[in-house]
Design a binder for this molecule. Structure first.
Ligand code: ZN
Length: 297
């Protein structure tokens, strides 16, 4: 029933409908007893253990997000389902094609790209510090400047909804970026969700992904196949990057503990283990937003 041809034909139909639900579901949280607190531990694990087993991925951004979003959409009152519908209009983007049609954030005359934000008072001082710290990392290496909103029309509204998710690109007016207090407030996840808001898609949806990974749909949870659809991304002359903070892990949405994404030709390459933006993630921001390196701080 789930032969490749059948699946891909069906995905095409379902793609528009569920694309941002993809972001929603994968970048997804719902409580549970998730208590990981440190990406530093992840780095240590990576150094010690270079194999990509399902057990040792617990601290990567992709795994944290998947755990956080595990039960998303299962509750009748789950707001995320509604957001998934609304987000249908985001279009496709690694840089989404929408970035060629106006979903980029505007560039100021001083060369910077100012993205106004509001952070909900739901967060503790520590959580707010993690979120603001994540926002500031963009200023350190790109011309993107997240600034507290005063009266700007368009802004990102960072709050703790059910799960970790974001729309893709600028939507107009206030747009939610959900960083659930229950599993999403980590540097790498802050970066990941804001990269979506800047216009970037998941790495393994890139138009050239078939040269770099093999998708094993037979191992994917039924109904979740759309998460692996390929998108006609704008790749900005940057290489496919297994270490992008936007790359899914090897076992993403696995229904049988078998891999769903296999790197090729080296099946043992480490993928989806990033805990923060990679140099390529930074390069893409600078290319998409034409950062010259001379912008003001
Ligand atoms: Zn995502």
């Amino acid at each position: 029933m789930f032969g490749g041809d059948w699946s891909w034909a069906s995905f095409t139909m379902a793609l528009l409908f569920v694309l941002t639900l993809l972001i929603t579901v994968f970048c997804s949280v719902q409580g549970r007893s998730f208590q990981k607190t440190s990406f530093e531990m992840s780095k240590e694990n990576t150094e010690i253990d270079h194999t990509n087993t399902i057990e040792d991925e617990d601290f990567s951004v992709s795994t944290l997000i998947e755990k956080a979003n595990k039960n998303l959409g299962k509750r009748p009152d789950d707001q995320v389902v509604m957001f998934g519908d609304v987000a249908v209009h985001t279009g496709f983007i690694n840089a989404d094609p929408c970035t060629a049609r106006g979903c980029k954030w505007p560039k100021s005359s001083d060369g910077n790209v100012y993205v106004p934000y509001v952070i909900s008072n739901q967060y503790s001082t520590r959580e707010r510090s993690v979120i603001e710290g994540g926002l500031q990392t963009f200023a350190a290496s790109t011309c993107v400047r997240f600034v507290r909103r005063t009266n700007q029309r368009d802004f990102v509204n960072i709050r703790s909804l059910s799960g970790c998710f974001s729309y893709i690109g600028r939507r107009g007016n206030g747009q939610d970026v959900s960083l659930s207090r229950n599993g999403c407030v980590f540097l790498g996840i802050v970066q990941h969700e804001l990269l979506h808001a800047l216009g970037f898609n998941h790495e393994q949806t890139r138009s050239d992904r078939d040269n770099h990974v093999q998708i094993l749909l037979q191992n994917v949870i039924r109904g979740m196949e759309f998460n692996f659809a390929k998108i006609n991304t704008i790749n900005l002359n940057t290489p496919y990057d297994y270490n992008s903070v936007m790359h899914y892990g090897r076992f993403a949405f696995s229904r049988n503990r078998q891999p769903t994404i296999l790197p090729i030709p080296d099946n043992n390459a480490v993928i989806g283990r990033a805990t923060e933006m990679s140099p390529n993630d930074i390069l893409r921001i600078n290319r998409l937003y034409n950062c010259t390196g001379q912008q003001q701080n």
